[in-house]
Design a protein around this ligand. Structure first.
Ligand SMILES: O=C(O)C(=O)C[C@]1(C(=O)O)C=C[C@@H](O)C=C1
Length: 275
């Protein structure tokens, strides 16, 4: 089955999709929203960035998980290194900088010091394309996008942290485990034998002790949370949903207890990758 990812060629999403694709074809779309729409049709998997070690959650992906029928089939971690690149412009000569918002956040210190206007783009590859097309400009981009657009790397490794890592999800509308046909593929358990499940909890109403009660269910079952992130429910100010990942084989018992307290959207259980 094909893998859909954020394009054009040279994005980190594209690089990772090619790496895991094996014999499967990689198809590129201009937005993460489109990747969700394609995956939801059930004719391909989608590969989407979900969180970064420095910049946090990727809003478009969290929205996709909330609003579509896509579930999680696998997770991947990818080290991310950003570069300042241009078509012959030296670092001191850049008058405007093209950067993807996630990349801007991951390189905020370098960009702040550069002190020039930043224009946000749809992807790191788009940043490279725009730097090529606009004289006097520079881009924050990947090595492969710089190569594709024949830009020079004028400052490598401009990310805030040496340990900059983005977590990606393989999404599909199926409940099923990750199928074969893709290289590096996931066994049903990782080397450590650990698995992870993801859910979205929507408490719908606010009351004292609500989050305490929710977390109490995890504590009672002795289940380890690996991530919790709140995000606006979009129903109005002060109303939130919680994205929760936890270590479990299926989480069945825990999820049925949680359902007595709040609405739960199940996103699936999958092999827990080591970072
Ligand atoms: O623009 C790209 O290269 C992408 O693949 C998107 C994306 C993201 O949205 O997080 C992927 C990895 C990096 O964290 C920066 C950008």
């Amino acid at each position: 089955m094909k893998i859909a990812a954020l394009g054009p060629e040279g994005t980190f999403s594209h690089e990772l999709a090619v790496k895991i694709s094996g014999d499967s074809e990689v198809v590129l779309f201009p937005t993460i929203k489109r990747v969700f729409a394609e995956a939801e049709k059930g004719e391909c998997f989608g590969l989407v960035p979900v969180e970064n070690s420095d910049a946090g959650g990727v809003g478009e992906t969290l929205d996709g998980l909330m609003d579509t029928g896509c579930r999680i089939a696998a997770e991947y971690y990818m080290p991310i290194r950003h570069n300042l690149a241009s078509d012959g412009v030296p670092a001191g000569g850049c008058r405007v900088l093209y950067a993807h918002p996630q990349s801007h956040a991951q390189c905020s210190r370098f960009i702040e010091d550069l002190g020039i206007p930043v224009i946000h783009t749809a992807s790191n590859a788009d940043s490279a394309r725009l730097a090529l097309q606009n004289p006097g400009s520079c881009a924050v981009t990947s090595v492969s996008a710089a190569k594709n657009f024949m830009l020079d790397i004028i400052r490598p490794d401009i990310q805030n942290s040496d340990n900059n890592i983005t977590r990606f999800l393989l999404i599909s509308p199926d409940k099923g485990e990750y199928p074969g046909g893709i290289s590096e593929v996931r066994k049903t358990v990782s080397a450590s034998g650990r698995r992870k499940c993801s859910i979205i909890i929507d408490p719908e109403t606010d009351r004292p002790g609500l989050l305490y009660n929710i977390l109490g269910v995890f504590a009672g079952e002795k289940i380890n949370l690996t991530r919790i992130e709140s995000r606006p429910s979009k129903r109005g100010i002060g109303s939130y949903v919680f994205f929760i990942d936890f270590e479990a084989e299926s989480g069945e018992k825990l999820i049925s207890s949680l359902k007595r307290i709040a609405t739960v959207k199940e996103l699936g259980c999958y092999v827990m990758e080591e970072v």
